[in-house]
Design a protein around this ligand. Structure first.
Ligand SMILES: [Ca+2]
Ligand SMILES: [Ca+2]
Length: 330
């Protein structure tokens, strides 16, 4: 009798567990808003070139044999970091500061900075580029770049020729250049075989990460932006009839929209008015524009514009890192 009661009680517990489990699954399905944006930041930052980044994944674009200085900034503890390098050479070392010389061969190399105690780490993808002077007429290894425009002398400081081109292959195009963006998102839309080449600035990536975080803070869930146009070759830029000195030619601009729900290659109805139009682009524009004026945002100041949908594209926002404020709307 006792045995029977024990079995019965154990079965009841099992039933309760199953019902509770099913309820939990149902509840998560119906009310499951447990999405939490992960910034992908470590507890420390690294300074390199003119940039400062604390993203656990970041990228830097260099020429063969270029010397880079990396410095750890850690407000809590200034010791115990190690640098693992897959290639190149570490020229000298002082605590938390390294000078690294990139390999002479183009390609992707990994640098990993790790805090020895916490094991918190930052991985830097170093892309050794193909130098600009390797261009053969309009082509680089069969990929059509076109001709970079000659610049009016007074604007030479604003429009520098790219130092080199990042080689994009089937093997490396899925590389995360930062926590929420892949290398392939910045490819020019011209059709061609691999290898393809792009120009991309570290600051643009950092700016996109920063505004993506801000957009999420504002309650618009997005794991990344749909980059409608990142890098444009001068050849492609001319083909689509765009302005001669477009920032896209220099890897410092991106035309983006939010495409999460549904993920269908078009801007989402962010303001929930049942339409996908310029108001959704204007909403993104306003969220980004709010950042202007904050002291830490100064280095990211640039151009911001919103566009209506046309026959060839939906509404989107242009973002760039030109170094001074510019605003426009369609
Ligand atoms: Ca969509
Ligand atoms: Ca809308």
């Amino acid at each position: 009798m006792e045995e029977f009661a024990r079995k019965k009680s154990s079965m009841t517990v099992k039933k309760i567990c199953i019902i509770a489990g099913l309820f939990f699954i149902w509840y998560s399905f119906v009310f499951g808003d447990d999405y939490e944006y992960n910034t992908g930041k470590a507890d420390f930052s690294i300074k390199f070139k003119d940039e400062l980044s604390s993203y656990r994944k970041m990228s830097v674009f260099v020429l063969p044999g270029e010397v880079l200085t990396f410095e750890i900034l850690d407000t809590k503890q200034r010791i115990h970091y190690v640098l693992d390098s897959s290639a190149g050479s570490i020229k000298d070392f002082t605590p938390n500061k390294w000078r690294w010389i990139s390999p002479l061969e183009k390609g992707l190399y990994i640098l990993q900075f790790t805090h020895q105690e916490s094991q918190d780490s930052i991985t830097i993808h170093v892309f050794v580029m193909v130098p600009y002077d390797q261009l053969n007429g309009e082509y680089l290894n069969g990929y059509r770049i076109g001709n970079y425009p000659a610049f009016p002398s007074k604007q030479k400081s604003l429009y520098k020729f790219p130092k080199g081109f990042i080689e994009v292959t089937r093997k490396n195009e899925e590389t995360y250049v930062s926590p929420h963006f892949k290398l392939k998102q910045f490819l020019c839309k011209q059709s061609s075989n691999y290898p393809k080449y792009i120009v991309l600035r570290e600051r643009l990536i950092l700016k996109l990460e920063l505004i993506l975080e801000h957009i999420n803070k504002k309650g618009y869930k997005a794991d990344t932006f749909h980059v409608m146009s990142g890098y444009r070759t001068p050849y492609y830029n001319q083909l689509i009839g765009n302005v001669k000195y477009s920032r896209h030619l220099f890897g410092g601009a991106a035309d983006v929209f939010i495409d999460e729900n549904p993920r269908d290659g078009a801007m989402d109805d962010l303001n929930k008015d049942g339409r996908i139009n310029y108001l959704d682009a204007a909403l993104v524009y306003n969220v980004i524009d709010e950042l202007y004026g904050r002291p830490w945002y100064m280095m990211f100041v640039g151009g911001l514009g919103w566009y209506r949908k046309t026959a060839s594209h939906g509404p989107f926002v242009h973002v760039d890192v030109r170094g001074f404020r510019a605003r426009w709307g369609d």
